[in-house]
Design a protein around this ligand. Structure first.
Ligand SMILES: *Cc1c(COP(=O)(O)O)cnc(C)c1O
Length: 232
C-alpha cells in the first residue's frame, strides 16, 4: 500500500485546521488531486480512499490516461491550454481553470456548443505580473470577464492564480489576498452570468496559507502522489 491514502487524510486535516484559523467551514474547500505525470493506477488508488476530484495539466497526457481510469472521477483541467487542443477536453472535464484570453474562451464555447451543454471555467490571473506566466493582467480582468460572459456555453465561476514561486508561503500570501480582492471587485460589477464563488489557489507548499486567504479549490500534486520525475 502506498502513502496516498494517508497523505490525503493528512492534507484534509491541514485544510480543516486552516479553515478553523480563518473562521471558515471545511466544506467550503475542495481538494483537487493533481495527477499529472502519475499513472491511472495511482488515480484509482486515491479514488478508493475517497478522493473524487482530479486535476490534469497536459492535454495529450489527459487524452491517453482518462480512458484508462475506470473509477467515475471528476476531472478539472488546470494547465496551460492551446486553442487547437480544446476539442480533446470536450465533455470530459467539469471545469477549466486556465482561461486567460477571449479567443480561448470562444473555442471552449464552440466545443461545448456541440454537446448542447456548458462548462464551468475560471479566469486565470497573472497576479505576480510575471512575463513567463500565463494569465490575464489584473487590470484587464473586468473587460475580459465581461466579454467572456457573453458566451452561452461556458460559465465563469471564479478566479485562479499560479503566483510566483517561493519556499516561504508567507511570501505568497499577498498574491492570494490579491486574487480574493480581485474576485470581490469583479463581483461588484454584477456582470450578468458571472459568479465569483470559486478561488482556485494553493499548491503543495502553500495551500494552508491559500485556505486562510479564501481558497475554495486547492490544487495539490506532490504532497499526495510524491515527487514528479518527468516535466514539471
Ligand atoms: C502541477 C500543478 C499543481 C500542483 O503542484 P504541486 O506543487 O505538486 O502540489 C497545481 N497547479 C497547477 C496549475 C499545476 O500545474
Amino acid at each position: 500500500m502506498s502513502a496516498i491514502p494517508a497523505n490525503i487524510a493528512r492534507i484534509s486535516e491541514q485544510i480543516a485546521a486552516a479553515c478553523g484559523r480563518a473562521g471558515r467551514r471545511p466544506e467550503e474547500v475542495r481538494l483537487i488531486a493533481v495527477s499529472k505525470v502519475k499513472p491511472a493506477e495511482l488515480i484509482e488508488e486515491a479514488w478508493h480512499s475517497g478522493q473524487q476530484l482530479f486535476g490534469e495539466s497536459y492535454v495529450q497526457e489527459f487524452r491517453d490516461k482518462a480512458p484508462q481510469v475506470q473509477a467515475p472521477v471528476d476531472w478539472h483541467f488546470i494547465g496551460g491550454l492551446q486553442t487547437n487542443k480544446v476539442k480533446y477536453l470536450r465533455g470530459l472535464v467539469a471545469m477549466i481553470h486556465s482561461v486567460d484570453r477571449l479567443q480561448l474562451a470562444e473555442e471552449i464555447d464552440r466545443q461545448w456548443e456541440k454537446l448542447g451543454r456548458s462548462v464551468d471555467i475560471l479566469l486565470q490571473v497573472n497576479v505576480g505580473d510575471e512575463k513567463s506566466k500565463s494569465g490575464c493582467a489584473p487590470q484587464e480582468l473586468p473587460d475580459l470577464a465581461a466579454a467572456i460572459a457573453r458566451l452561452p456555453h461556458l460559465k465563469i465561476c471564479g478566479l485562479m492564480c499560479l503566483p510566483p514561486y517561493s519556499d516561504d508561503p508567507e511570501e505568497v500570501r499577498p498574491f492570494f489576498r490579491q486574487l480574493r480582492e480581485l474576485a470581490g471587485q469583479i463581483a461588484e460589477l454584477n456582470i450578468p452570468g458571472v459568479e465569483m464563488r470559486e478561488l482556485s489557489m494553493g499548491m503543495s507548499g502553500d495551500f494552508e496559507v491559500a485556505v486562510e486567504e479564501g481558497a475554495t479549490l486547492v490544487r495539490i500534486g506532490t504532497a499526495i502522489f510524491g515527487e514528479r520525475n518527468r516535466r514539471t
